[in-house]
Design a protein around this ligand. Structure first.
Ligand code: SF4
Length: 133
């Protein structure tokens, strides 16, 4: 993350980026940030729940991530025209497991990845049975 050295928020008050409401000051800082696209790409993958990053709220980042996951699944032929998902890509399974290890609930993981919470629970159960969790 070498781009962090150029971040416009380096010297800003971090609280601006983690307020419950009123993110406008943080978004203004992001608007003039020279590394906003690097930050967005990272934050969409790694910061699904809190704060402003890459000029986006957490909900905006989750929406982008859901679209990315769907596009990845379509590209891999793992989602049908009717939108029915068929066997999950190993990378997506690993993402679910990683988020579980980080303590996120099935509902939060569903929100972030688009993998249904029942599927998340089944994956977690399977991983626990194999001793991986
Ligand atoms: S886009 Fe915003 S949060 Fe990301 S590095 Fe730049 S100022 Fe910081």
């Amino acid at each position: 993350m070498e781009w962090l050295a150029q971040a416009a928020c380096r010297d800003a008050n971090p609280e601006l980026f983690f307020q419950e409401k009123g993110f406008s000051q943080a978004k203004e800082i992001c608007d003039r940030c020279p590394v906003v696209s690097d930050c967005q790409a990272w934050a969409v993958q790694h910061l699904p729940w809190y704060g402003i990053a890459g000029g986006m709220t957490a909900a905006e980042r989750r929406a982008v991530r859901r679209k990315q996951v769907e596009a990845e699944l379509r590209a891999q032929g793992r989602i049908t025209r009717q939108g029915r998902k068929i066997p999950l890509a190993p990378e997506l399974v690993q993402t679910v497991i990683d988020l579980t290890r980080q303590g996120y609930s099935a509902a939060k993981i569903e929100e972030s990845t688009g993998v249904g919470r029942e599927t998340v629970r089944k994956l977690v159960k399977r991983e626990a049975q194999t001793g991986a969790l």
